[in-house]
Design a protein. Structure first.
Length: 277
């Protein structure tokens, strides 16, 4: 499937809502793939596309519905469908955020994107959230495919200030662009839900940690069947100086570099000692 080019788009009349018409007034070489876990209809991804279209050619491939909490799952039990919305021009997939990025990079796009940006997520992705987050997972898939990637989340349940997060995303993208990053990079960005002028800067942070999640909530259906809702995430446990929780609580943008190596290096000699006994 061919991606739309600038010269192709210029021949077409403007149509309200189509992000592919939101290209920069000059030709740029940068190509950015956008995705999320809230779905292609989310106001966060539309705001993000508008902001980043000033510096790059944008392609949006996102889930057809809300897939929050999908983590890094791939759909392996059925084929995936790729369709384009007649409302906003975004592509949508009947799969997970990871499916979207994987499909776009390995099967849809003619060229490898220069960057993958996931978001703007409705709600924070800090501490343990990163393990479950579909937003972080979409960026992680880009990282695993060799593309510099970032996930951006707005830390609120109401998410009023999408424009703030979009502006921050633009600044981080331009920062990466200035550094001419050509190696895998994975950044987790969390933005306080305040106006841009109320931000108190940016801080490079480590992941904090939450208390254990609340218990599942049982309920009974009209057919007298007991079902369960997953309980709420735990409150912050490790929110000390230098953590993402601490930065956001001070109205600072938190930027956390992530890695995928899950090896517990400190336990390697311990387990080797077990085997030697």
């Amino acid at each position: 499937m061919m991606r739309l080019r600038r010269q192709q788009i210029q021949k077409k009349p403007a149509q309200a809502g189509f992000v592919f018409f939101l290209l920069p007034p000059y030709w740029v070489d940068m190509r950015i793939l956008l995705s999320n876990d809230d779905g292609y209809f989310s106001p966060g991804i539309e705001c993000l596309a508008k902001a980043l279209s000033s510096v790059a050619e944008i392609t949006v491939v996102a889930p057809e519905r809300d897939r929050s909490g999908a983590s890094n799952s791939l759909t392996l039990d059925r084929p995936l469908s790729l369709r384009r919305s007649s409302v906003n021009g975004f592509y949508h997939v009947n799969g997970t955020p990871t499916d979207c990025v994987h499909l776009a990079v390995t099967g849809m796009l003619d060229e490898l994107p220069d960057m993958v940006v996931s978001g703007i997520n409705l709600g924070a992705n800090m501490g343990d959230d990163t393990i479950y987050s579909g937003t972080v997972a979409a960026a992680t898939e880009g990282f695993l495919l060799g593309v510099p990637s970032l996930a951006i989340s707005l830390c609120s349940k109401t998410c009023v200030n999408y424009e703030t997060a979009a502006r921050v995303a633009l600044e981080v993208v331009q920062m990466i662009q200035r550094q001419k990053v050509r190696e895998p990079l994975l950044l987790n960005v969390n933005v306080p839900d305040v106006t841009y002028d109320e931000l108190c800067g940016m801080e490079v942070t480590r992941l904090g940690k939450r208390h254990r999640a609340e218990p599942v909530v049982p309920t009974v259906t009209p057919r007298n069947e007991t079902v369960y809702w997953v309980g709420a995430a735990g409150s912050a446990q490790d929110a000390g100086e230098g953590t993402d929780f601490c930065a956001v609580s001070r109205n600072k943008v938190s930027i956390t570099p992530l890695q995928i190596d899950l090896t517990h290096n400190a336990q390697l000699p311990v387990i080797r000692n077990w085997l030697a006994q």
